[in-house]
Design a protein around this ligand. Structure first.
Ligand code: ADP
Ligand code: MG
Length: 237
């Protein structure tokens, strides 16, 4: 199988801050890659670069072998890359189904087809009972699910999840972990940034750890968790 995503020597500076500094990694189709690192490590910036929300200052990004460096977010979405935002950004005055239909229109031309795709996505995520509620009425946990639903209704081949567990109860964490764990079998490759380490460590097939913009470790979750550089980065120096 050929590489789905290749990030090669990618950097992004903000003035004097090297938020992402020469980062390289590859993702194969069907992987569930965990991306972890302390606060400010550069995880969200890396997602912004891969999703076309920001341009890299240097380096190359390839999707299915094609150079997509500098592509805009709508171009990346059309190419099959969806993402969630750390802070959910639903259209608050629209209903849950309407929010998801907006994503579904990326793949479907008719209102009926978009509604069917949105309804199927709501069912998958346990959001069907909230279908016609305004997004503004949802709890934190349901808003996170809506954020995931909006990404998945784009039928992505690669989805980037940015801290979808934050603010969830332990029961909600369990439910969300099952949803994420089931995605590769459905043809969706996942890169998952998460602070809830126990959830990601038991679900990810491979981990990449970054600190201060650099990759400091990569490999199986159990191996990465014992890596002295990783332990040191998390405990602070
Ligand atoms: P993480 O998601 O791992 O917590 P971020 O990617 O959000 O880290 O941030 C990495 C670094 O880049 C931090 O020092 C942060 O302050 C800085 N940074 C992120 N976004 C911006 C921005 N838009 N403008 C200036 N600095 C930014
Ligand atoms: Mg972040």
């Amino acid at each position: 199988m050929s590489t789905l995503l290749e990030v090669q020597d990618v950097s992004r500076t903000f003035g004097a801050t090297r938020a992402v500094d020469n980062v390289s990694f590859k993702v194969q189709p069907g992987e569930l890659l965990g991306l972890i690192g302390p606060n400010g490590a550069g995880k969200s910036t890396l997602f912004n670069l891969v999703a076309g929300v920001m341009r890299p200052s240097g380096g190359q990004i390839r999707l299915d072998g094609a150079d997509v460096t500098g592509w805009k977010s709508h171009e990346m979405a059309r190419a099959g890359v969806a993402r969630t935002f750390q802070i959910p950004k639903p259209y608050r005055q629209l209903s849950v189904i309407e929010n998801v239909m907006i994503s579904a229109f990326l793949r479907e031309r008719s209102v009926t087809a978009a509604r069917d795709l949105a309804d199927a996505t709501l069912t998958d995520l346990g959001l069907a009972p909230y279908r016609d509620r305004p997004a503004s009425e949802l709890t934190v946990g349901l808003l996170k699910r809506l954020e995931v639903a909006r990404a998945l209704a784009m039928r992505p081949k690669l989805v980037l999840f940015d801290e979808i567990m934050a603010g969830l109860t332990p029961t909600e964490v369990g439910a969300m972990t099952e949803i994420v764990a089931g995605l590769p079998a459905r043809g969706v490759t996942v890169i998952w940034v998460e602070h809830v380490l126990y959830a990601i460590m038991k679900t990810a097939t491979r981990m990449v750890v970054i600190n201060r913009g650099h990759v400091i470790a990569e490999g199986a979750p159990a191996v990465v968790a014992r890596d002295p550089l990783v332990v040191k980065a998390y405990l602070g120096e």
